[in-house]
Design a protein around this ligand. Structure first.
Ligand code: ATR
Length: 262
């Protein structure tokens, strides 16, 4: 019996156990996938046992960077500075891969503007870099985190990331060709404090939230032609996890993912 899990804190909201357990069942794979809520205070005591005890696992907030020191890293995880998938003592980042695969065939119209500077934003900005987009605009509620992201990526990859104060949100969205929301705003139905007309010249919207949010609805009402949510990013990162763990049959997984998430 193989054992997989996701570790995080909190973890109750995670869709991963339903998705992977349904997949294992459908594929007759003898395996289980559990959600483990780890107390951040005991992370260092527990992490080695988890690395040894599971055939593969995922990591979410707030442990994606805490685990770096315990693993060998693949290029993406090392360059982003965050791990969300582990196999055989090695840490991977599949978020950025999920992001770029979800954009296949979609042209990102410049200027590109990203909101957010947390784990999702780091993976997305890195994905943009790997897609050849080296210039972009960044805003975050806590501006210092955006400055930090900008400085580390310009030093490491030569990206030009222009940081703007959050108070300029409306003005900056008006100038964006492509707008990417990489924050958690919308997860509970919240919306940015901007007028609907703000979006009238945006051509492409990518919202990392995988459910329908007020931002996505507004974008559709404002006539933005390409409006994407995080569902396909979630799908493609899960496909990549299964590939790394050596248990991927993509057509089956696609069907299960549709069933569980729609
Ligand atoms: P994730 O890994 O999903 O990116 P995270 O690292 O906790 O999660 O980052 C959450 C992001 O959402 C951050 O950019 C956060 O802004 P702060 O850095 O200022 O905390 C952003 N965020 C969360 N709630 C927000 C809100 N109400 N308004 C604006 N930004 C918000």
């Amino acid at each position: 019996m193989k054992k997989y899990c996701i570790i995080g804190h909190p973890i109750a909201h995670s869709l991963s156990p339903s998705i992977y357990n349904r997949y294992f069942q459908a594929m007759n794979i003898e395996a289980s996938y559990e959600a483990r809520d780890l107390d951040p205070a005991s992370f260092d005591e527990e992490v080695l046992g988890i690395i040894r005890g599971y055939d593969g696992f995922n990591i979410t907030i707030p442990f994606k960077d805490k685990i770096l020191q315990y693993l060998d890293l693949d290029r993406g995880a090392a360059e982003i500075g965050a791990v969300n998938c582990v196999f055989d003592g090695k840490g991977y980042n599949t978020d950025w891969i999920g992001f770029i695969r979800s954009l296949q065939g979609i042209e990102l119209i410049p200027p590109v503007m990203v909101i957010g500077a947390g784990g999702a934003a780091r993976a997305i900005v890195y994905g943009l870099y790997r897609m050849g987009i080296h210039d972009l605009h960044l805003m975050n509620r806590t501006q210092s985190k955006a400055e930090e992201l900008s400085q580390s990526y310009s030093k490491r990859f030569g990206m030009k990331i222009y940081v703007h104060p959050f108070s300029a949100l409306e003005r900056m969205i008006k100038r964006a060709g492509t707008l990417i929301n990489a924050t958690s705003v919308g997860l509970k139905g919240e919306h940015f404090n901007v007028t609907p007309e703000t979006f009238s010249d945006v051509r492409v919207l990518f919202d990392v939230i995988y459910t329908k949010t007020p931002l996505q609805r507004l974008a559709v009402r404002q006539g933005i032609k390409v409006v994407m949510n995080g569902r396909s990013m979630l799908y493609h990162q899960a496909v990549e996890n299964l590939r790394i763990w050596g248990i991927l049959k993509e057509d089956h997984f696609h069907r299960i993912f549709e069933e569980v998430t729609s």
